[in-house]
Design a protein around this ligand. Structure first.
Ligand SMILES: *Cc1c(COP(=O)(O)O)cnc(C)c1O
Length: 424
């Protein structure tokens, strides 16, 4: 499928007059349409709720849009909890799906009325010592080990993943938690990441639903929800077929009818913790070509770098690039598109066939809406960019300003040198 930016060249030329490149641009209309589609796909389940994975796009303006569709938040750190708190959360609006959790973060999560999702059986003691009690509602994260396969394709390798409890441990955990006063239970698992197939969720659902039936039967614990977590992917490459969330929802419903309903568990709520699927396609990194270099290869230098979007640098991830205004020109030039970091992996594209790029051309780097800005860092003293929301009416709103040198130097504010560093 051809990848088309959600802005035109003309629109973008107006936007860059107000916000200098590079910046992340988000598409409100796309975010809303997709959030509604997810809601519709699971409307058959009375208790359904999406807990947006805050780490994907930790911006309160984005989070507030999702809240209009009933979303809660999936958090795994103190600052994610604080950010969610600042948007005004009610008890049970947060799923605290952390791992290797500092005790004080359990306490903070509990104070906010978050549902705590335990990554390990040993965390029961830690939680009880920290809070002085076990919450009435509690969730446990499951990891069956081995390989997670769909047909014969290996989707991911849970046996090598640090998360979750073994089968034996989750049974023990349920018994222990119940004996300590827990009344409502959840089960969570995240077994494969960025799956571009409609089969992942239904397959995961089958594993978890069957486990839930056994757990409820053998431990007497009441299973209130099953959390399918994240993992629904997006087509980063133009030749990939996008997931169809309606088909996925229907697939999960079928397994629900097959496994849970006959076991008398037709009241179990389905939760999700999607991040990439909620925001990935609805954000682009906007950058400008500022240098061309002809050496052993042809290079285009842009004003963004891996500090703004690190997935290509660390995973070799493909992000499609549109040269604005040249959508219909032949891709007859092979380029490496690079940022300025003193790291050779700082390339948004390697050996990519693109139209001829001229200096000043605007590049739209696709699918940067999730795990884009949020993975940014400050290597080489590079500053994080602004985030801008393209609203439904075509206007724009700054939803996070760009960092300034003063932000970068802020952690020296308790030292004398602060007086000789810029304050802005
Ligand atoms: C990262 C994460 C998610 C979101 O994953 P996506 O691939 O962005 O959907 C959900 N739950 C947990 C616990 C995570 O760590």
């Amino acid at each position: 499928m051809k990848k088309t930016p959600f802005v035109t060249k003309k629109q973008l030329e107006e936007i860059v007059k107000e916000y200098p490149t590079p910046f992340h641009l988000y598409d409100e209309a796309g975010i809303r349409k997709n959030a509604q589609a997810l809601k519709d796909a699971f409307a058959w389940n009375k208790g359904f709720r999406e807990y947006f994975a805050v780490k994907a796009t930790p911006n309160p303006f984005v989070m507030n849009i999702l809240r209009e569709y009933g979303c809660g938040y999936d958090c795994s750190s103190l600052t994610e909890l604080m950010l969610s708190e600042a948007t005004g959360v009610q008890p049970r609006d947060i799923m605290f799906s952390s791992n290797d959790t500092p005790a004080e973060e359990f306490a903070y999560a509990d104070k906010l009325g978050a549902i705590i999702n335990l990554d390990d059986i040993t965390h029961i003691d830690c939680l009880e010592e920290t809070l002085g009690h076990i919450p009435e509602i509690i969730s446990c994260r499951y990891n069956p080990g081995g390989l997670f396969k769909i047909s014969n394709d290996i989707m991911d390798n849970p046996g090598d993943a640090k998360y979750g409890m073994t089968t034996e441990q989750i049974f023990d955990a349920f018994r222990i938690l119940k004996s300590k006063g827990a009344k409502e239970f959840g089960i969570h698992a995240f077994l494969a990441s960025n799956t571009v197939t409609n089969e992942y969720y239904p397959m995961l659902a089958k594993v978890l639903f069957e486990l839930a039936v056994k757990l409820q039967k053998e431990t007497g614990a009441h299973v209130k929800f099953i959390n399918l977590s994240g993992g629904i992917g997006i087509p980063y490459k133009p030749d990939q077929e996008p997931n169809d969330i309606a088909v996925i929802g229907e697939g999960v419903r079928k397994v629900y009818e097959e496994v849970l309903v006959p076991a008398g568990m037709g009241d179990v709520a389905i939760y999700t913790e999607l991040g990439r699927f909620m925001l990935g396609p609805y954000g682009g990194l906007i950058t400008k070509a500022i240098h061309e270099k002809h050496t052993h290869k042809e290079y285009i230098g842009v004003d963004a770098c891996a500090a703004n979007l690190m997935r290509p640098a660390i995973y070799g991830a493909y992000h499609h690039i549109t040269v604005m205004g040249k959508e219909n020109e032949p891709c007859d030039h092979m380029y490496d598109v690079t940022g300025s970091l003193c790291e050779n992996c700082d390339k948004f594209a390697v050996d990519r066939m693109l139209p001829k790029i001229d200096m000043g051309d605007l590049l739209f780097i696709h699918d940067a809406g999730a795990h884009g800005y949020s993975m940014g860092y400050n290597y080489n003293g590079r500053l994080r960019s602004a985030e801008v929301l393209l609203k439904e009416d075509g206007s724009t709103q700054l939803i996070r300003r760009a960092e300034t040198p003063a932000d970068y130097f802020a952690t020296f504010d308790c030292f004398d040198i602060a007086d000789r560093l810029p304050k802005k």
